[in-house]
Design a protein around this ligand. Sequence first.
Ligand code: NAD
Length: 480
Amino acid sequence: MQDVLNFIDGRHAPAACGEWLDDVDPATGETYARVASSDARDVDRSVAAALHAFPTWSVTPVVERSKLLRRLARLIERDLEKLARAESIDSGKPLSAARTVDIPRAVQNFDFFADAVTQFSSEAHPTDEVALNYTLRQPLGPVACISPWNLPLYLLTWKIAPALAAGNCVVAKPSEVTPMSAHLLGSLAAEAGLPPGVLNIVQGLGPRAGGPLCAHSGIRAISFTGSTRVGAEIAREAATSFKKLSLEMGGKNPTLVFADADLREAIPQTVRAAFSNTGQICLCGSRILVERSVYDQVRDELVERVRALRVGDPLQADTEQGALVSRQHFDKVMGCLAVARQEGGRVLCGGGRASVTGRCAGGFFVQPTLIEGLGPSCRTNQEEIFGPVATLLPFDGAEEAVRLANSTRYGLAASLWTRDLSRAHRVGAQLHSGIVWVNCWMLRDLRTPFGGVKESGVGREGGMDALRFFTEPKNVCVKL
Ligand code: NAD
């Protein structure tokens, strides 16, 4: 059985306590590796290593830091196939998705911030003839990067890359559910020549490893992606020690389809928005709002397409829907389906466990599911399911569409489909959402601000926003 280890001060190591967690392949339900179950001692060692590395790393010339990040990107590219396979086995996502989306994006994250940091500049404020103010943006020190299981390497590197580029040292805490690609990243960081202590990875459970990390007095900032519940816990912890905080949390995102939309494009993209990564993307459009005059047509075509999605062995080339990430998450999603039925939802397709034969007979597969007939305030339309389940609601006119879209405590992303450009701008501005896609979904430009409003997030990642988050602005006032 393979060991998934911590990476501290440039070396892999088991947890100080010697304890392990099971790492389960969700496509088979079988344990295939064991994960270091770290605690405060491993966090202390990591933060000490980061503090030790920081004085040198923070003054390492930007071009040198940039070069090291590029080298790391090339090594990820070299090992793309190995990493994609590891990610697929660890998370249950189709190998084809890991190969074309997750791992290439990890490469892009390092390349992007290696470039961006060389263009990072700051403001000057001349005060008449009296003084010149300029803003220094300095790295913070050791920072914590905590990531979830749905896009394991993709999201971890989305945090690590800007943090390192800006001159911080990192203690990263990947999800205990999908720790494998972070483990492999540690080896590649060493091979790329990242000095020991610059990047540290602590594996293990949230409260046991992540908790002490957030509480540690040596940590200057926390960048967290995960659930709103855990985000709130971390915010409470960070408040008492005044740590800088960026929170990317849950969503219950609407897709708005107006009657004048190009339905040939809108319908397949609505399916993609709802069911990519088996619905386990924070940006997935799980509430499909359709203008009444085209509701029946859109519903019927959606059902046909969703029924045709191929659920199966993630390692098979033609699989479109893999396994859910864990037994626990599978049980949660099945519970949500039961709630939807109790609430009076009509299941249009799916609605239960998907049976996959052979090697994957014991895996955690759920049929892609569409449900209609539920009001906007029921649990199914309010709570994040984070699985292959979407609801359909009809609306009359833009005002009602906006009201329905905004009727949850979340506000991460929305996609809207219309040919009326004025309406697109108007509705886009009215949506309570950090990201609005018009006639597209998940079209990403890494320079744009990324994040949510309401209970979906605090702060923004991406582009210069990430570099600003990972630096402290200092005003220097020089009297002339
Ligand atoms: P989670 O909140 O359970 O865990 C996220 C990470 O936090 C894990 O590494 C976990 O070990 C750690 N953690 C848990 N308790 C902790 C604590 N007390 N202190 C410190 N760390 C702790 O989330 P998850 O189940 O892994 O991921 C799914 C959630 O992530 C969904 O709600 C989804 O919407 C959200 N998500 C949001 C975005 C975004 O960009 N907004 C992106 C992806 C996923």
